[in-house]
Ligand binder design. Structure first.
Ligand code: CA
Ligand code: CA
Length: 493
C-alpha cells in the first residue's frame, strides 16, 4: 500500500531551519574550527545549497593511487564512514549485520551494533548494506541503516537507530525505528547505500529489484520505488509519519510518480556519494552485461534525472536494442566495458583530504571484481577526463571519508586488512597541522584491540582470501556477483 507522508507537515526546509538554528550556529562555529572546509560545506543549512562546482580538477593521467592497509578483523566489510561527532572514529559495516569501530585507526573489539538476528544475508547481495550518520549525530545520536530482512526475495528496510544513552561506543539495538520498507521481487539488486545530501535530506539508492534485464521495468516505472534515487526528510515529529517529502522533490505534482523519487532509471546504484566541497552527486550504477557507469548530478540540480536503465545500459541501447533514446535521458559521465574481468562498478568519492593536494577534486572509483581504480575529473573547459590510476588485489565494496577528510575503502572478502586508506603513490603527504581535528578519547583504552602490526602498504602478506560465507543462492550466469568464491579466486590472483 502506498505510504502517504503527511503533506500537512510544515515545509521541511523552513521547519528544520527554524527549529535548530541556534544549535546549528554553535555547531557550525565549532566545526569551522575543527574541520576542513570541505566537510564544513556538508553542514551548511539545507536552504543554502553549495555553490556549483567550478570545473577543473587534477588530470587523472599520471596520478598513481596507493592503498595503506589498516589491520583488523572484518567479515565481509562493505562500507566505511564517520559519525561527524569530533571523535575521529571510523565505522565499518559488516554485511552479516554488525557495525565496527576504528578509533585512531585501531579496531575496537566490541561491535558498535549487532543486528544479525534481524538481517537476512542468505544471498550475496543481501545483508546490512548501508550506514549514514545523521548530520546532527553529535546532538541527537541518530544513525540510519539500510538492510535486507526475510529469506529469499526479502525486503529492504531503512531504519533509524540511536547511540546508547551512556556509552558512545555502543548503539542501542532496541532503538530501531523503521523509516521505509520496500518488498523485493528478487534477491539481487537491492541498492543498499544511504547518504545525507548537503541539503540535509536522506538519499536512498534502490536497485531495480533484481533478476536480469529489469524484467518488471521497475527503473522506468514511476509508480514504484525500485530503480530510483529517493530523497526524504527524516527530521519529522516522532509521533507522526516516519518521514516527510521535501517540498522541492521534483515529482510531487505528478500523480503518477511516487513523491519520494528524486531520480530514476537506475539499475543497481550500489554506492554513491556527494562531493563535500561542491555538493555534486556521483552515482556508480552497476551494469548488466556490457557497461559499468558513473552518473553525475550537479549540486544545483532540481532532481528528476532519468539515467536511462533499462532503455539503455551506459551509452548503448539495451531494451529496446535499437531506437531506445527518448528525450531527457542522461548519459553517464564515464563508463567502462566488461573486459579483463571488470564486472561491477563500486561508486567512489571525490578526494578532498589535506594530505595529497595533487588529488584534490579527483573522483576515485573502482571495479569490485578486479580491484581496478580510475580517477575522473573535469578539465578547465568542463570536459570529463578519466584514467586508470591503480589496480590492487582487493574487492572494493565501499568508499568513505574519515572525519579529517581523508578517504577510506572497505574491501569485501574477509582478509586482514580489509580497510584501507587512500594515498597518492610517490608523493610525500602533507602532514595535518596542529590544531586540526583531534580524535577525542571517550572510552577506556583497553577496549581497543591491540594490533601487532602497524598499517602496512600494499601488498600485505599474501594470505589467500577466504570466503567466510559462501552464498547459498545458485549463481545465475547473468548475475556474476552472486558468485563470490569465483571473485575471491580472481582477486587472489
Ligand atoms: Ca532485490
Ligand atoms: Ca544509465
Amino acid at each position: 500500500m502506498r505510504r502517504s507522508p503527511s503533506r500537512s507537515i510544515p515545509g521541511p526546509d523552513r521547519r528544520l531551519f527554524v527549529r535548530s538554528r541556534s544549535h546549528r550556529s554553535l555547531l557550525l562555529i565549532a566545526l569551522a574550527v575543527l574541520l576542513p572546509a570541505g566537510i564544513f560545506a556538508l553542514m551548511q543549512d539545507r536552504d543554502a545549497r553549495p555553490a556549483v562546482a567550478q570545473s577543473g580538477g587534477p588530470d587523472p593521467t599520471g596520478i598513481e593511487l596507493g592503498l595503506e592497509g589498516i589491520p583488523g578483523q572484518l567479515n565481509r566489510s562493505v562500507s566505511v564512514t564517520n559519525a561527524g561527532d569530533g571523535s575521529g572514529r571510523l565505522f565499518v559495516l559488516e554485511k552479516r549485520g554488525t557495525v565496527r569501530i576504528y578509533r585512531d585507526e585501531v579496531q575496537v573489539s566490541r561491535p558498535f551494533l549487532d543486528i544479525q538476528t534481524r538481517v537476512a544475508d542468505d544471498s550475496n547481495e543481501k545483508g546490512l548494506l548501508g550506514l549514514a550518520f545523521h548530520p546532527n549525530y553529535a546532538e541527537n545520536g541518530y544513525f540510519f541503516l539500510n538492510y535486507t530482512a526475510g529469506r529469499g526475495n526479502g525486503r529492504t528496510i531503512v531504519a533509524r537507530y540511536s547511540v546508547s544513552a551512556d556509552d558512545v561506543e555502543r548503539a542501542d539495538p532496541d532503538s530501531e525505528k523503521v523509516i521505509l520498507t520496500i518488498d523485493q521481487p528478487a534477491s539481487n539488486h537491492n541498492g543498499g547505500h544511504l547518504a545525507f545530501g548537503p541539503d540535509g535530506y536522506l538519499y536512498i539508492g534502490t536497485g531495480d529489484g533484481g533478476r536480469a534485464g529489469d524484467p518488471w521495468d521497475n527503473a522506468q516505472t514511476t509508480g514504484v520505488l525500485l530503480g530510483k534515487m529517493l530523497r526524504i526528510d527524516v527530521d519529522v515529529p516522532e509521533e507522526g509519519p516516519p518521514y516527510a517529502i521535501p517540498d522541492s522533490n521534483p515529482f510531487i505534482e505528478d500523480p503518477d510518480t511516487r513523491d519520494e523519487i528524486w531520480a530514476l532509471g537506475l539499475r543497481n546504484p550500489w554506492r554513491y556519494g556527494f562531493d563535500p566541497a561542491t555538493g555534486d552527486l556521483y552515482i556508480g550504477d552497476v551494469g548488466q552485461g556490457a557497461l559499468e557507469e558513473i552518473d553525475y548530478q550537479s549540486a544545483d540540480s532540481p532532481g528528476g534525472e532519468n539515467y536511462g536503465w533499462r532503455l539503455m545500459e551506459g551509452t548503448r541501447c539495451y531494451n529496446p536494442g535499437n531506437g531506445c533514446r527518448k528525450p531527457g535521458l542522461i548519459d553517464p559521465v564515464a563508463e567502462y566495458p566488461h573486459r579483463n574481468n571488470d564486472k561491477s562498478v563500486t561508486g567512489g568519492l571525490v578526494y578532498r583530504g589535506s594530505r595529497y593536494p595533487g588529488m584534490d577534486g579527483l573522483y576515485i572509483y573502482a571495479d569490485y571484481a578486479t580491484g581496478r581504480f580510475w580517477g575522473l575529473s573535469r578539465d578547465g573547459e568542463g570536459e570529463w577526463r578519466n584514467a586508470e590510476i591503480g589496480k590492487f588485489n582487493v574487492l572494493p565494496a565501499g568508499f568513505g571519508y574519515g572525519e579529517d577528510g581523508e578517504m577510506y575503502i572497505a574491501m569485501d572478502g574477509g582478509r586482514d586488512p580489509s580497510l584501507y586508506r587512500v594515498i597518492q603513490e610517490g608523493v610525500e603527504p602533507v602532514e595535518p597541522t596542529p590544531g586540526g581535528p583531534v580524535p577525542t578519547a571517550t572510552s577506556m583504552p583497553d577496549e581497543a584491540t591491540p594490533t601487532s602490526e602497524p598499517p602496512t602498504s600494499w601488498p600485505p602478506t599474501e594470505a589467500p582470501p577466504t570466503a567466510t560465507q559462501p552464498p547459498t543462492a545458485e549463481p545465475d550466469p547473468t548475475e556474476w556477483n552472486l558468485n563470490l568464491p569465483y571473485l575471491l579466486r580472481q582477486a587472489g590472483g
